[in-house]
Write a protein that binds this ligand. Structure first.
Ligand SMILES: [Zn+2]
Length: 842
């Protein structure tokens, strides 16, 4: 009896996949009933049904009315599918909307898909299917309505950019389709040379709804199963295979498809944690994200990637080398691409953040993988900038450019099918950003320095159990796994070499990165020369690789760099330490008491985080970052922009938490308490700066506590809080919307636009709070709050640095990033009154 994949328990399917590999699952489960002698009527092509207002375009090449050959690829339109979108309407934010957009296409979306099948595909052999979901098509400002044929009038638009995107393949192609004309999916599939690979393109709603009831749930196994069944039934293959091909299903998506893909990623994580099945299926194959990590979706992809990495690590253990090579070739892979061309760039941070989390995993676990680390890392690459506009990301070249042999789809197909190699030495090496830490193990700390300050009645702290669903993270590696210790002289030599040649540049293209790298190296040498009249070698001769603070080694910022700081900073840290360690305490005891666990120091030449020129004080060994993960740099990834004046996750969460629980929305980027002068290294000036830093610490801490409380509230507690504070919320709202407000703390009374926060209008609406609170919890692991492997704003707020530590360090002569005028680099302290100057003393 045939069993459908959808009917099977997903866990059983996953178990089966682990046992027999990902390929071959469907075939074991489902066997096509053959009906000898029965001639099946072919139903390829979309059909017009005027009664329903549904017209399939017969203009131009009438792409969707029947099968077309594009090169050596069959382009097969199917309709009447019972999986995928089953309605003429869809839901968005609780509202119903049509799936039709007459300005772009006369064609319907319900139950339709385009299937790309290589001519040479052998259905009696295993195949791979990449299901690619299209992005939003909600207005005539989009080039196409998904896979639907464009209405000829739209192709003649006066908007040059759109007209270029809607260019048909030739002058007769007056009603072009996206996959052929814009994405070049067929051309890239053919170009890949993989003849056992199909691409399935489901047609979704205007806001990328691919779910049966017009939502963003998706069951990939059931969907592909139906597609294959239909292809056999429509006699696409002659002779027909005796049974359905064995299949491995991978997912891909552009832009708004991220909503569906992140649900599948979350479902995979939930299922792994033993939770009940949700409405979406899990990810069973690879995942390709094309500008598809939207706000609020990063955490699901991150959790999935880290879960996969944990599982891969576990799976590799105990395998023979030959089996490891095979395993890494067939394991689930993640591939990301983001546009940086015209109008692009909005997705950069989401992708670099995800890559950062992946590389953070390798820093912790890479040593355990040994020679296999590079191979596994190559399976998880999302930091792939493509210098085209958002809508051109799939084909990967700009309008009018030659596309042969190029394109993101092609690149992904190649990356997902790595060539067989003979030994792990052939893997690409781990990039510097993913090199395992080689610092000696710090003393185990039983409990991080949390701030238990809880206002009675506002909330109960979330129990540990809130994170029970997560696969346990491995802790940092102990010294025994690290490379043999280098001598002081060797480490100084390394510091000098890296300062001269090891620079890292930020930028969208290789060229920009190279230029920025050289600029950073020059900038370091120039600042040293300016400050000391000496060269780089002489400066680093006074570098102290063995420097410590509170008994903790000061680790390098990235692997490959030596530990320690410059002598000038080491002296200041010793002075601060002396003021922190109490009588009878050892420095390490003070570290435990103060909850200080991790200190990073030297960095290769690099522009300061969030800046575009100059060199960070870390590059001179004059800066330290303390407990990076839970003392974030706020306003770095989450900086407000014109398009997003409310800022990213961290800034929004702080504003919402402080408004609800503290009476007014506070902007973490606001200026700290004022200070006049006091910019020398005199004791009096340092004291004035320390007092100011202390005031600022109190302000940030108050908000950090509120953030921790806010994120820990249950929805019932939230409802109660909103109800209790409704008068205050309404009053605050009126204040915001009434007249231009003045920020009393500023000397220059700058007038702010009354409505600069787009969410102000909602704050008296309890339903909005409920939704927003949920969103805030979801996004609390993304943006600036999610940059570390142990970051957890729900548990720690956004600052674990204690008042005493900040005061002592500033009193000793350091500037604190938490007191910067705009962005707040809370983890960061540096010495600006030493030899290297030119930075404002704060
Ligand atoms: Zn720093």
């Amino acid at each position: 009896m045939p069993i459908s994949i959808a009917a099977l328990d997903q866990v059983a399917v996953l178990d089966l996949q682990r046992t027999v590999g990902n390929r071959a699952v469907t075939a074991i489960l489902e066997r096509e009933k053959r009906k000898p002698g029965l001639k099946v009527q072919r139903a390829i092509g979309w059909k017009t049904d005027k009664a329903k207002g549904d017209v399939v375009s017969d203009e131009g090449y009438a792409w969707n009315a029947g099968q077309h050959e594009v090169g050596k690829i069959h382009r097969i339109p199917l309709q009447g599918l019972t999986q995928g979108l089953q309605q003429e309407s869809a839901t968005r934010k609780g509202k119903t909307e049509s799936t039709m957009l007459a300005g772009l296409s006369p064609e319907s979306a319900k139950g339709r898909a385009i299937v790309l099948v290589p001519e040479a595909l052998k259905p009696n052999k295993p195949i791979e299917v990449l299901v690619h979901l299209h992005g939003y098509t909600e207005s005539t400002g989009r080039p196409f309505a998904g896979l639907r044929a464009l209405t000829p009038a739209a192709g003649k638009t006066k908007n040059k950019t759109l007209r270029a995107l809607r260019q048909g393949i030739d002058k007769n192609d007056v009603a072009p389709v996206r996959d052929v004309a814009l994405d070049r999916a067929e051309q890239q599939l053919e170009g890949s040379g993989y003849t056992q690979e199909m691409i399935v393109l489901p047609q979704g709603g205007l806001h990328s709804q691919f779910g049966k009831s017009g939502d963003t749930n998706f069951d990939s196994g059931a969907y592909v199963n139906e597609i294959l069944t239909r292809l056999v039934a429509e006699s696409v293959w002659d002779p027909a295979p005796a049974r359905l091909p064995e299949v491995r299903v991978s997912m891909s998506g552009h832009s708004g498809a991220g909503a569906t893909l992140s649900k599948m990623a979350r479902e995979s994580v939930n299922r792994q944690a033993g939770k009940d099945p949700g409405a979406s299926s899990t990810l069973t194959g690879d995942l390709v994200l094309l500008d598809a990590i939207n706000p609020g979706e990063g955490a699901a992809f991150k959790d999935w990637a880290l879960m996969r990495l944990d599982q891969d690590l576990a799976a590799l253990k105990g395998k023979s080398d030959a089996d490891k090579l095979v395993y890494l070739r067939n394991a689930q892979k993640l591939r990301g691409y983001y546009s940086t061309g015209k109008g692009g760039g909005q997705y950069v941070t989401a992708y670099t953040t995800l890559q950062g989390a992946i590389d953070g995993w390798f820093k912790t676990n890479g040593a355990e993988l040994g020679p296999w680390a590079g191979g596994l890392r190559a399976n998880f690459v999302v930091d792939n900038p493509v210098p085209v506009s958002h809508e051109e990301l799939m084909r990967g070249v700009a309008a009018g450019q030659e596309g042969a042999g190029k394109g993101s789809i092609l690149d992904a197909l190649k990356a997902l099918h790595p060539a067989a190699i003979g030994s792990p030495a052939a893997y690409p090496p781990l990039p510097a950003s993913a090199m395992p830490d080689s610092k000696p193990a710090s003393k185990p700390v039983t409990k991080p320095a949390g701030k238990p300050a809880v206002k009675p009645g506002t909330h109960q702290p979330a129990p540990e159990a809130t994170r029970q669903g997560r696969t346990p993270r491995r802790t940092r590696h102990s010294a025994k796994a690290a490379a043999p210790a280098k001598t002081r002289a060797e480490q100084i030599a390394t510091a000098i070499l890296l300062a001269k040649t090891g620079g890292q540049g930020q930028g969208k293209t290789k060229e920009e990165k190279q230029t920025a790298k050289e600029a950073a190296e020059k900038s370091v040498a120039a600042d040293i020369l300016k400050g000391t009249k000496k060269d780089v070698d002489t400066w680093f001769a006074s570098f102290e690789p063995g420097a410590t603070f509170l008994g903790l080694t000061i680790r390098a910022s990235s692997a490959g760099e030596p530990p320690g700081v410059h002598h000038q900073l080491a002296v200041v840290l010793k002075a601060a330490e002396a003021s922190l360690v109490k009588a009878g305490e050892k420095p390490a005891d003070a570290a435990l008491r103060l909850g200080v666990k991790d200190i990073a120091g030297l960095r290769v030449p690099k522009t300061p985080t969030g800046k575009t020129s100059g060199a960070s004080m870390h590059c001179f060994g004059l800066a330290v970052d303390i407990d990076h993960d839970n003392n974030p740099f706020i306003g770095n990834a989450d900086k407000p922009t014109k398009k997003k004046p409310e800022g990213g996750a961290s800034i929004q969460i702080i504003a919402h938490a402080s408004l609800l629980l503290g009476g007014a929305a506070r902007d973490p980027l606001r200026a700290p308490p004022g200070i006049n002068g006091h910019e020398t290294d005199s004791k009096e000036d340092r004291k004035a700066r320390a007092e100011r830093a202390d005031e600022q610490w109190k302000l940030l801490n108050a908000d950090s506590v509120l953030v921790q409380q806010y994120l820990s509230m249950t929805s019932d507690q939230l409802d109660t809080a909103v109800a209790d504070r409704l008068p205050a919320l309404t009053a605050w709202q009126q204040l915001q919307t009434a007249e231009p407000v003045q920020d009393g703390k500023h000397k220059k009374k700058k007038k702010k636009k009354a409505s600069h926060l787009p969410w102000v209008e909602h704050v008296s609406d309890p339903a909005w709070w409920r939704d927003q609170h949920e969103r805030d919890i979801k996004q609390s692991g993304s943006g600036d709050f999610g940059r570390g492997t142990t970051s957890d704003a729900k548990k720690f707020g956004f600052m674990t640095l204690q008042e005493e530590v900040v005061k002592a360090l500033v009193m000793a002569g350091l500037s604190w990033g938490g007191a910067y005028k705009g962005d707040k680099d809370i983890m960061h302290f540096d010495l600006r009154t030493g030899s290297i100057g030119g930075r404002p003393i704060v």
